[in-house]
Design a protein around this ligand. Structure first.
Ligand code: COA
Length: 256
């Protein structure tokens, strides 16, 4: 059986589902497959992406049975960074739908997505410290950017797990919905985004992400260039003409 399923739906949404046994451990084999899938979604982008896992366990993190000493650690963190950077680089809105435990690398996978919808039984955490180690899949960096350095340090230094409502309050989750509505909500949002102006979406995502790693002046320079570039798209012509003729929100975009 594949470790990850990829479904490309007719509504333009691609659904990536982790299917690696009952705890969805992110082994090196899973990470290699995730990287390949993410790169295929970048090469031939759908309209939007939903990343999800098991109902009770989204993903339990790195496969601890693959740990050893420093020699094994290097390839493990490299595999995480390669796979999760590939997810983050998909030029479309990537939504994590988290139904249960998203721990360690599972939380880091959710952090590499653009938006996190949590089921009401979701639990997030970076419990690596309880193994005497640190997050190696981007957690120290992406969590701090999302929830701020002091909260990220508290979570990573204690290994405390956060339930859905607290995750929402601190900005780790963006929405909480009833568990049985999670997939419908994620698919509805993804389908709505998939009908949008995809060139402009990709540029927006790129500029926000790149801007977060640079100065305000550097980020504004990126925005200036992207604002000019977006006017080369068909959708910019369609959107502006539609507004002038029919008013706001009526444009039917082509994705080009
Ligand atoms: N890597 C490898 N195996 C793991 C694993 C992981 N990240 N997480 C769980 N497992 C294994 C357990 O060792 C156990 O194996 P066994 O059936 O051979 O005894 C099996 O999966 C089920 O785990 P268990 O803890 O009994 O299930 P649970 O339903 O009570 O709890 C979790 C599920 C995910 C909450 C719990 O397993 C957990 O906290 N896992 C570790 C998370 C973690 O520390 N991740 C960071 C890794 S750096």
């Amino acid at each position: 059986m594949a470790l990850i399923e990829l479904e490309r739906r007719d509504d333009g949404v691609a659904v990536v589902t982790l299917t690696n046994g009952k705890v969805n451990a992110l082994s090196q084999a899973v990470l290699a497959e995730l990287r390949t899938i993410a790169e295929s979604l970048t090469a031939e982008p759908p309209g939007a992406v939903v990343v999800t896992g098991g109902e009770r366990i989204f993903a339990a993190g790195a496969d601890i049975s693959e740990f050893g000493g420093p020699e094994e650690a290097g390839p493990i963190t490299a595999a995480f960074h390669d796979a999760l950077d590939a997810v983050a680089a998909i030029p479309r809105f990537v939504i994590a739908a988290v139904s249960g435990y998203a721990l360690g690398g599972g939380c880091e996978l959710a952090l590499a997505c653009d938006y996190r919808i949590a089921g009401d039984r979701a639990v997030f955490g970076q419990p690596e410290i309880l193994l005497g180690i640190i997050p190696g899949g981007g957690g120290t960096q992406r969590l701090a950017r999302l929830v701020g350095p002091s909260r990220a340090k508290e979570l990573c230094l204690t290994g405390r797990q956060v339930r859905a409502e607290e995750a929402l309050r601190i900005g780790l989750a963006d929405e909480v919905v009833a568990g049985d509505e999670l997939h419908a909500r994620a698919l509805t949002l993804a389908a709505e985004v998939a009908r949008g102006a995809l060139v402009a979406q990709a540029l927006t995502k790129q500029v926000i992400d790149a801007g977060l790693s640079t100065s305000l002046a550097g980020g504004l320079a990126l925005e200036r260039d992207a604002f000019v570039e977006v006017f080369h798209s068909d959708d910019s012509r369609i959107g502006v003409a539609s507004f002038l003729e029919h008013g706001p929100g009526r444009a039917e975009f082509t994705g080009r």
